[in-house]
Design a protein around this ligand. Structure first.
Ligand SMILES: [Fe+2]
Length: 282
């Protein structure tokens, strides 16, 4: 089996052409795919005709699938695969549209997943792009003053039901000491070193970061906004326009992502999702 890699944008993302994920990848192909994945942050495989079990078998060739929080979204009969659907409703009966703001997956865990895979099962005719930000390049291009400010800094990641960025008021509502936060929540470095390629990235999850260690809520909000602003500039992001059958794998260690719900909500948008086990950020 041979395959080719085509860049999807100047600074992140690549398409893999010539690989059918229903097939078994040889060890040398797996190594090449994994190398391309780490280098490009995101890989896209088009026209993959996979049911949930086949998708899981494909993911096992790229890492170790792990169970996801939110048990209500598991695919029946295949609990390692969850689904992301715009047909879910809030208690008020409105469409439950998740993932609108920039984030990285499951950062509230001590060992967040190294990667997330999505398979586009049903897609709206247009819209619903998933955006990615290259956090490795974000670190590389950060002004030295900001680099100095975040090198060695840690962030408190808290699990919350809400999927919106925490407001200043919410940050100010609950002031706990750093020691208390460490007991209750998960603390990760703001600059993490990739366990495979050794590069540094800004490890940011605006949905979960409550504040930075040693900083109050206001200073934390200000710094977080500056880092988000820098990391999501046009030259650091890629918007993926989905086609039916696309499989995307992205590297949570060196990207953030968000989805745009800019499509006709009467149309169904259904994805299957798998996360791959990762290591403690360091
Ligand atoms: Fe996500």
């Amino acid at each position: 089996m041979t395959f080719e890699i085509y860049k999807l944008s100047k600074n992140l993302g690549a398409e893999v052409k010539g690989l059918d994920l229903q097939g078994t990848l040889s060890p040398s192909i797996r190594t090449k795919v994994n190398d391309a994945f780490v280098e490009n942050n995101i890989l896209v495989f088009r026209n993959q005709n996979l049911n949930a079990k086949q998708f899981l078998a494909a993911a096992k060739q790229l890492g170790q699938p792990t169970i996801q929080k939110l048990s209500q979204y598991k695919v029946p009969g295949c609990p390692m695969v969850s689904y992301v659907s715009n047909q879910e409703k809030t208690d008020a009966g409105n469409p439950k549209l998740l993932g609108k703001a920039w984030h990285t997956d499951h950062s509230f865990q001590p060992e967040p997943p190294k990667a997330t895979l999505l398979h586009g099962v049903k897609l709206p005719k247009r819209g619903g792009d998933t955006w990615f930000a290259n956090m490795r390049l974000a670190y590389d291009t950060l002004p030295n003053k900001l680099k100095d400010r975040i090198n060695g800094l840690e962030a408190i990641h808290a699990y919350r039901e809400s999927r919106n960025v925490m407001t200043k008021n919410e940050r100010n509502a609950e002031i706990l000491s750093d020691a208390e936060e460490r007991k209750l929540n998960i603390v990760h470095p703001v600059v993490r070193t990739h366990d495979i390629n050794g590069s540094k990235s800004i490890y940011l999850n605006p949905l979960r970061i409550k504040r930075f260690v040693g900083m109050g809520p206001d200073e934390s909000s200000e710094l977080l906004q500056r880092l988000i602003h820098h990391s999501t500039k046009d030259n650091l992001v890629y918007a993926h326009r989905w086609r039916q059958g696309d499989v995307i794998i992205w590297d949570n260690r060196q990207t953030m992502h968000r989805v745009e719900h800019n499509y006709d909500l009467c149309e169904e948008r259904l994805m299957h999702r798998i996360i791959l086990r990762g290591v403690k950020p360091e």
